[in-house]
Write a protein that binds this ligand. Structure first.
Ligand code: CTP
Length: 308
């Protein structure tokens, strides 16, 4: 990245770098809001984009010149992540549209309370990053999550399982690969209260009704050789339960995930998992980072897309 008061210098440098090296060029602009929004800057950025430069940021917030607005240097981790797709040579998912569900769902009890789960969204995020690096066009339908969605990924934010089902249904006609990494609430409160519930000194009973199964709905729509991948979050009988889910939900592959050990499952950076395919073939994996698991998963998915 480059921080400069003289934006034209950056344009010149960027253009000559692109032309001379043909290396991928990532630009993270950071400057005063007026300078950033100036038509000359915007036009120059558009020119660089047509020449293949990729932009990341800027962020919005407090600036060095003590004003607030767009132009703040984006978080360095985001810049680093934006480099990953540029540096990956193998683009085996180029042209593929990948839809990923991620994070938790929140089912309202009243305007201030909900039923949720412990999903952090880390696995969905890792898969999105991996798919992006392999050249795919990625959309993440995400419920509440601890982590931000990677740069250049389209984000559809939802809260409830019903909203997730609706969002996914509207995306399925433009999807080649569907990966359900979200921890979706199986039940919702039948009639959430419109106002905050007051305690009454008595016990409270909530009637729960079953939510739509987003993955099973996706599995029932197998037009155009779509690849459908699910996860199975299990505390017991990992392989047996995952094998049953592959069949029940009509999947190509499931990632069976042990979720009740400290180094695997909800919130953890690592996970112990196994792949189970549609024929019931099991591939058990050692404990590894969610990033490594995402890479192995997308290797299998790329092979499946090649076979279709
Ligand atoms: N899933 C979904 N919609 C639901 C429930 C689950 O899309 N309403 C997806 C999850 O994203 C995951 C897979 O189905 O990819 C399996 O989820 P899991 O919670 O392991 O199992 P369930 O199907 O909910 O079954 P159970 O809770 O009985 O284990």
């Amino acid at each position: 990245y480059y921080y400069s008061g003289r934006y034209q210098d950056v344009i010149d440098l960027a253009t000559t770098t692109l032309l001379a090296t043909r290396a991928p060029l990532l630009i993270a602009p950071a400057m005063n809001t007026n300078m950033y929004q100036h038509p000359a800057t915007q036009q120059n950025m558009a020119t660089l984009k047509t020449r293949g430069a990729v932009f990341v940021g800027p962020d919005s917030g407090r600036l060095a010149c003590r004003t607030v607005g767009p132009g703040r240097l984006i978080d360095p981790m985001t810049i680093l992540e934006a480099c990953v797709p540029l540096l990956r040579a193998e683009k085996d998912l180029a042209g593929k549209r990948v839809v990923i569900t991620s994070g938790a769902t929140h089912e309202p009890i009243d305007p201030v309370r909900y039923i949720g789960n412990r999903s952090s969204g880390k696995m969905g995020r890792a898969i999105a990053l991996e798919a992006l690096a392999r050249g795919a066009e990625v959309t993440v339908v995400s419920g509440p999550s601890e982590v931000a969605i990677p740069h250049n990924v389209k984000l559809v934010s939802i809260q409830t399982a019903t909203e997730m089902a609706e969002a996914v249904a509207s995306l399925m006609h433009e999807c080649d690969i569907f990966v359900a990494a979200a921890a979706v609430g199986d039940y919702r409160v039948d009639a959430p209260a419109a106002s905050k519930r007051k305690k009454s000194g008595k016990s409270l009973e909530l009637r729960l009704v079953e939510n739509p199964d987003v993955l099973a709905l996706a599995g029932s729509d197998r037009k155009n050789g779509k690849i459908i991948v699910g996860f199975a979050a299990e505390t017991d009988d990992l392989i047996k339960n995952a094998t049953a889910k592959v069949k029940q939900k009509n999947l190509d592959l499931i990632v069976a995930n042990q979720v009740n050990t400290p180094d695997s499952g909800f919130g953890s950076d690592t996970t112990t998992a196994a792949f189970v395919d549609s024929k019931g073939k099991v591939e058990e994996l050692p404990n590894m980072s969610k990033g490594d698991l995402a890479e192995m998963l997308m290797d299998r998915v790329a092979k499946l897309t090649g076979a279709r």
